[in-house]
Structures are given as C-alpha cells and as structure tokens.
Design a protein around this ligand. Structure first.
Ligand SMILES: [Zn+2]
Length: 68
C-alpha cells in the first residue's frame, strides 16, 4: 500500500474580495514543496504576493498583485 502525497495548492484570492481571479491562478506544489509555506515560497519566486486584507491574508498571483 502506497501513501501518495497530494501536496498543497495555493490559489489566488483575486484582485479584491468580490472578484475572483480572472485567470484562476494557482501555485502548484513543486517537487519538494509540500507545505503551504513552501508552496508560497515557490510562488514568491514567480511574483506572487501576500497582502493583508480585511484582517485576513490574501494570496495574489502576479497579475492581481499588479492590479491591486
Ligand atoms: Zn490572480
């Protein structure tokens, strides 16, 4: 029996609270990136940002981060 690691995806929270990301962007877990923290580190290399928004943290893909 094999336990397969699915990994973590970090999804873009969109340009604002009411708007979904137009490109439905998500950072996929790369090889060796398992936790959400590691996946976010992958995303930061590609220009992803984390913003505090209404008391929560929002993950933004490069295009949404540029638009906001
Ligand atoms: Zn986005």
């Amino acid at each position: 029996m094999t336990a397969r690691l699915i990994g973590t995806e970090v999804f873009c929270d969109g340009p604002d609270d009411q708007t979904d990301c137009p490109s439905s962007a998500a950072v996929r877990a790369g090889f060796g990136s398992v936790t959400a923290r590691q996946v976010r580190a992958d995303g930061r290399r590609d220009g992803w940002a984390r913003r505090r928004r209404a008391g929560r943290l929002a993950d933004l893909c490069p295009s949404c981060a540029a638009a906001s």
